[in-house]
Design a protein around this ligand. Structure first.
Ligand code: PMP
Length: 300
């Protein structure tokens, strides 16, 4: 998925030309996987570009940093404004936004206390992560060999957490699937490589509870939307057997939005009727077509 360049990248309070936003090979986080980051989307609306749930993404960035003892040298308000400014200066309508906080150049070794903390924000145009067809028709998934270990660090969006996801994604693509599902080290359903998973069984929406997953902001949005349309929402440990007995399955994530799942391994699910209803509501909200949820949008 080649990155489409935009014009400027925010780095430590200054805008640099895209091609000049470079780091040294001895940047601490490059060696130890100790960065935290976010993935945020900005959508086109009738009132101009709008960033979806920016406050919550900035909060999660700071919560992730706190779990790794990273002291971000800016306030949440400053990072919030810097993100809005980066979208604005790049004249983006809809785009993906990637803030990253990392230990920079100057120290090596595992004591991060003396390390300098750098912050960068990049934005670029990005379409549907798993493709338009996936949004309409759904994807085929397989259960990966990679496991998500159960533990408190999963709720942080840490660069070093992603290697299992990359291996799982490669495993799935090599085997002819579009995505991988990871179980946790206790054998329960955890999440996909960059998405949370939901099951629908009759009028219940079921999703793995906290412990082996990233607490997705799309996940939170979908749970709220589902409650509003009268579904019962349950967060719990889910066995493979329970997954296979679901009527419908779908994934959520900033990048993948709301993507129906056609099958996991050889097990096929029903037509994604309810999933597509939730997807429709989600797209109405992110595109500024639902007044009630305008509070989730930051207009640029
Ligand atoms: N799980 C993982 C591992 C992810 O990388 C993501 C994407 N950030 C998600 C779930 C979904 O989170 P969100 O809805 O906040 O994008």
């Amino acid at each position: 998925m080649p990155i489409q360049k935009s014009s400027k990248i925010w780095l430590n309070g200054k805008f640099l030309d895209w091609d000049n936003a470079k780091i040294h090979v001895l940047t601490h986080t490059l060696h130890y996987g100790s960065g935290v980051f976010e993935g945020i989307r900005c959508y086109t609306t009738e009132k101009g570009p709008a960033i979806f749930r920016l406050k919550e993404h900035v909060r999660r960035l700071f919560d992730s940093a706190e779990l790794l003892n990273i002291k971000i040298p800016y306030s949440q308000e400053e990072i919030f404004s810097a993100i809005v400014e980066t979208v604005k200066i790049n004249k983006m309508n809809s785009c993906y936004i990637r803030p990253i906080v990392y230990f920079g150049y100057g120290e090596i070794g595992l004591n991060t206390k003396p390390c300098k903390v750098d912050v960068a924000i990049a934005v670029w145009p990005w379409g549907a992560y798993l493709g338009e067809k996936a949004l309409k028709e759904g994807i085929r998934m397989m259960i990966s060999k990679q496991k998500r270990s159960f533990g408190y660090l999963n709720k942080a969006k840490i660069t070093g957490n992603y290697y299992h996801s990359s291996l799982a994604k490669a495993e799935a693509l090599d085997a002819g699937f579009e995505e991988a599902l990871m179980l946790d080290d206790r054998g329960f359903v955890a999440e996909a490589t960059g998405e949370n998973i939901f099951l629908i069984k009759r009028n219940e929406l079921i999703t793995p509870k906290e412990g082996s997953i990233l607490l997705g902001i799309t996940r939170d949005s979908i749970m709220k939307i589902a409650k509003e349309i009268g579904m019962k929402v349950v967060e719990k440990d889910i066995t493979k057997k329970e997954l296979f007995s679901a009527d419908e399955v779908f994934l959520t994530g900033t990048a993948a939005e709301v993507t129906p799942v056609k099958s996991v391994d050889s097990h096929k699910f029903d037509k994604p009727n309810k999933s597509l209803e939730l997807q429709k509501k989600y797209f109405e909200i992110v595109n500024g077509k639902n007044k009630k949820y305008e509070k989730w949008l930051t207009f640029v």
